[in-house]
Design a protein around this ligand. Structure first.
Ligand code: SAH
Length: 261
């Protein structure tokens, strides 16, 4: 059995309880060494085989999984953040399907959630933005033209941009070309939730300058949009005394009910 487990954004106690239990039971752990916190591997039991996939091809990973399966192992394939984002898990699942190897996914805390926590930020502020665009600059992996940064920027929603810290100049240009102003608030969050986490707040027009001054080239998320300032929003309807929900009556109805008691 193979468990595809999200390791969380970095801090070793940000893996889920389920993920941790699977890690503690595993006979074989194949971890994405470039981003998974190696301290998590201390949780594995004695004798567990540990393999770093950073230098391996898909074929080599599958070979490990196949051997593990033949030996009757419980295998954990440990991916950074949540495996559903830029995790290259589909191709692994397809191979396991064709080899008739059973698997299950255990979700994790994505780095864009870790970054929001680091920034003490609500991405979806009423009156500012109600959407988060999770995307990336095109690299070796192509991005469909209709999903270009420029096109998304036109929405002026909150954007969480992955895999692009090494292209800040181009990224800044694309975001500006799409319609954000150079005064739009932005943040670079480097290694969110790791001990070496760094938060660099700036304006969009200073994004490249800030990143190059601070020598940020990888393992960072870029968060852009008016929500980054966390100001000028409207208070929520959910907790507003003038609104009812399925769980709570309006303030006046509550007062009237109290009087009637
Ligand atoms: N599945 C992962 C993303 C993998 S792609 C997730 O859910 O987070 C790798 C990219 O994720 C990096 O280039 C960087 O942009 C981002 N990333 C991963 N961990 C990060 C962290 N702790 N802080 C900031 N960005 C991170």
């Amino acid at each position: 059995m193979v468990y595809i487990v999200g390791a969380g954004p970095g801090a070793e106690d940000l893996i889920t309880v389920r993920g941790l239990r699977l890690l503690q039971q595993a006979d074989l752990v194949i971890y994405a060494g470039s981003l998974v916190n190696p301290d998590l591997l201390k949780e594995t039991r004695k004798g567990c085989r540990i393999v770093n996939s950073a230098s391996m091809t898909l074929e080599e990973v599958m070979e490990e999984i196949r051997h593990g399966e033949e030996a009757g192992f419980t295998t954990v394939r440990l991916h950074t953040g949540d495996p559903c984002l830029y995790g290259a898990i589909r191709e692994q699942m397809d191979q396991m399907d064709s080899m008739e190897i059973p698997y299950e996914i255990c979700p994790g805390v994505s780095s864009f959630c870790g970054a929001a926590a680091a920034l003490e930020m609500e991405y979806t502020l009423p009156g500012i933005s109600q959407s988060v665009v999770i995307t990336r600059m095109e690299g070796r992996t192509k991005v469909p033209e209709r999903e270009s940064i420029r096109q998304f920027a036109a929405h002026k929603a909150t954007m969480a941009i992955f895999l692009s810290a090494g292209m800040l100049k181009e990224l800044e240009g694309e975001l500006l070309a799409g319609g954000y102003t150079s005064n739009t608030p932005a943040a670079i969050v480097y290694k969110a939730t790791w001990p070496e986490e760094r938060i660099l707040r700036c304006r969009l027009g200073e994004l490249y300058e800030t990143g190059s001054r601070e020598r940020i080239r990888k393992t960072a998320l870029i968060i852009v949009g008016d929500a980054v300032d966390q100001k000028g929003y409207q208070r929520s309807k959910l907790y507003h005394p003038q609104f009812e929900t399925g769980f709570r009556k309006k303030q006046e109805s509550r007062e009237m009910a109290q009087k009637a008691d």
